[in-house]
Each structure stands twice: as structure tokens, then as C-alpha cells.
Write a new protein. Structure first.
Length: 71
């Protein structure tokens, strides 16, 4: 049973790590208007491992942007 659960534990660990390893920066001008943004992803080995465990790429990319993560 423990061997069967290992992939789930690995996936959960990677998914929990993604928000802490991501960075979203927003640039505002002096009036407070948004003038730019940058988004840094976690290292690719983490993203690839989560994807290999079956997590869809679009959802992986949106995890750091979700205010309710982890869900």
C-alpha cells in the first residue's frame, strides 16, 4: 500500500512547493496604474515531475496566481 501511495505523496509535495517557488511581480506607475508584470516559475525539474505525475500544464502554470491555493 505504501508503494502505491508514493506517487500521490510526491505529487502533493511538488504541488505544495510550487507557490513558494514562484514569483509574480507587478509594476505600477506613480498614479498606481499597472504598467507591467513578470512571472517566474519554479525550477523546471519540479514542474516536469508534477506534470509527469499527471497534473495538467495549464493548471500547473496557474497555481501561483490562485489566491485560494492550496485548495
Amino acid at each position: 500500500m505504501a508503494k502505491a501511495m508514493a506517487p500521490l505523496l510526491v505529487l502533493r509535495t511538488y504541488l505544495k512547493a510550487i507557490p513558494g517557488l514562484s514569483l509574480v511581480l507587478v509594476a505600477e506607475d506613480k498614479d498606481g496604474d499597472i504598467v507591467g508584470a513578470a512571472y517566474a516559475l519554479p525550477p523546471m525539474p519540479i514542474m516536469n515531475s508534477a506534470h509527469e505525475q499527471g497534473f495538467p500544464p495549464a493548471e500547473l502554470m496557474s497555481i501561483p496566481l490562485s489566491p485560494s491555493w492550496p485548495g
